[in-house]
Design a protein around this ligand. Sequence first.
Ligand code: URA
Length: 235
Amino acid sequence: MKLRLDKFLADMGYGTRSGIKKEITKGSVTVNGTVTKKPETKIDTEQDRVCFHGEEAAYEQYEYFMLNKPEGVVCATSDRRERTVLDLIEDKKRDDLFPVGRLDKDTEGLLLVTNNGELAHRLLSPKKHVDKVYFARVRGTVTDEDIKQFSEGMDIGDEKKTLPAGLRILSSGEISETEITIREGRFHQVKRMFAAAGKEVIYLKRLRMGPLILDESLAPGEYRRLTDKEVAELC
Ligand code: URA
């Protein structure tokens, strides 16, 4: 990919475009070992070696983070009042990252944060039916009848019934624990499906989205970059 030197450095988190332009004209940047004072210099991201104050700046077109979203933060890129999932990711380089899909403020678990729009579209498109697996603790006894209802698709008050969903009972009683697999991403879908079955979700955590599995060593609020293998499986 080819792009301007100042954009290259801004994308990699070296500062604002105007600050970077000043640094370039001051002579703080080399391209292939030669000081380059023109911000508009075209850089080939695969071939050229760019150094900022002597430190090599490798170009990454996309960043991918797995966040174990804690409760109490919102899935947005910015918010005037609330803390967002992007506020939690401190060592990001790019400023065009966004969360792939929405978890409710009180939902925990797997959230992919990236700037790869094409991948996000593929994971979220209703036509692609990508599995999303959740752990749900609910008030009420979950029974085989619920499994049947979930598997047939449910009327949750939308124009169309939901697609068939998988429900596994982990424990059943006054409070039941379940694993649920849905293939869409409707608003409050899991909570509304349980509500339609007469139960209330009291805790919800996403465990998996397509091939991406929550790394259980991440405490709520912690994150890490995806491994190359995870990126390859997603892409
Ligand atoms: N379904 C819900 O009800 N809430 C979420 O956060 C995700 C799926």
